[in-house]
Design a protein around this ligand. Structure first.
Ligand SMILES: NC(=O)c1ccc[n+]([C@@H]2O[C@H](COP(=O)([O-])OP(=O)(O)OC[C@H]3O[C@@H](n4cnc5c(N)ncnc54)[C@H](OP(=O)(O)O)[C@@H]3O)[C@@H](O)[C@H]2O)c1
Length: 247
């Protein structure tokens, strides 16, 4: 039976990915900053472990307790919406600490076991925003684009060890806590009022294509289980449309 370790399972995509793999008979290590077992269905194949991807000791303990694992899903992350001139540098650092360095640190932590076993898959959840530039999220987009560059080089480096690496790119989803936990600064400044309206109104429109939880779980499943899957897998109708535009 295969084992997947997923980061950021307290809500949203991470929680749904954990449910999806549990329903398909995998052993699931669902990690959360504050562990809550009751958000997932009880199962002898489920372990809930504490993990903060910005804390090296927390990473070491979780990966040691979970080993051996077959698949790592780097899903934990948060967003920020701001004009660049108003985004606090502490927020920029936080975005890179969690979204980028957290992904790199988790990857480093599992690589010794993957390399020795000459097997393993790493799935990095980024964003369809990396496919085309949009204003008012430059720092968030940069933190995810860095994961793309990292992942593409990593894939080449790990080929000799038969370790696969994939990117899953969700579109915009109102079904997670992403919007409520996003840090926002300066969006009410009058100089940016028109741009804020123009940028966010189409995303919030009732007719807008969105990404559902299931879209992301399916894309991660495909990345984890199908060796012929592409390196970049858009997840959600909006992400697929953006990917087609960018191609
Ligand atoms: N929803 C969207 O529109 C969207 C679109 C594209 C990409 N994404 C990406 O999808 C991923 C999941 O986001 P989501 O939409 O499911 O939002 P969410 O519901 O807010 O889930 C984010 C998860 O990440 C966890 N997390 C945050 N910082 C962490 C840290 N330092 N260590 C460990 N876990 C941490 C959160 O845990 P806590 O409960 O402890 O805060 C939460 O479990 C993120 O990487 C996000 O950038 C989201």
């Amino acid at each position: 039976m295969k084992t997947v370790l997923i980061t950021g399972c307290s809500s949203g995509f991470g929680l749904e990915i954990a449910r999806y793999f549990l329903a398909r008979d995998w052993q699931v290590v669902a990690t959360m900053r504050t562990p809550q077992a009751d958000v997932l269905p009880p199962s002898s194949r489920l372990r809930v472990l504490a993990l903060d991807v910005t804390n090296p000791e927390s990473i070491r303990q979780a990966v040691e307790a979970a080993a051996p694992i077959d698949v790592l899903v780097n899903n934990a992350g948060f967003g920020a919406a701001s004009p660049v001139e108003f985004v606090p540098i502490s927020t920029v650092r936080g975005l890179f600490e969690t979204n980028t360095i957290g992904t790199i640190a988790m990857t480093q932590a599992v690589l010794p076991q993957f390399r020795q076993r000459r097997a393993g898959v790493i799935v990095n959840v980024t964003s369809s925003l990396t496919l085309k530039p949009m204003p008012l999220n430059a720092a968030y987009r940069a933190s995810k684009a860095a994961v793309h560059a990292f992942t593409e080089s990593l894939a080449l480096e790990l080929e000799p060890f038969r370790v696969r690496v994939r990117l899953v790119l969700p579109g915009s989803s109102p079904e997670t806590r992403f919007r409520e936990s996003a840090r926002m600064d300066g969006l009410d400044h009058e100089a940016y009022a028109d741009l804020v309206k123009k940028t966010f109104a189409p995303l919030r429109a009732a007719s807008a294509a969105i990404t559902h939880l299931q879209d992301v779980a399916e894309a991660v499943w495909r990345a984890a289980t199908d060796p012929s899957s592409p390196m970049c897998i858009p997840a959600g109708a909006d992400a697929e449309a953006w990917a087609a535009e960018a191609a």
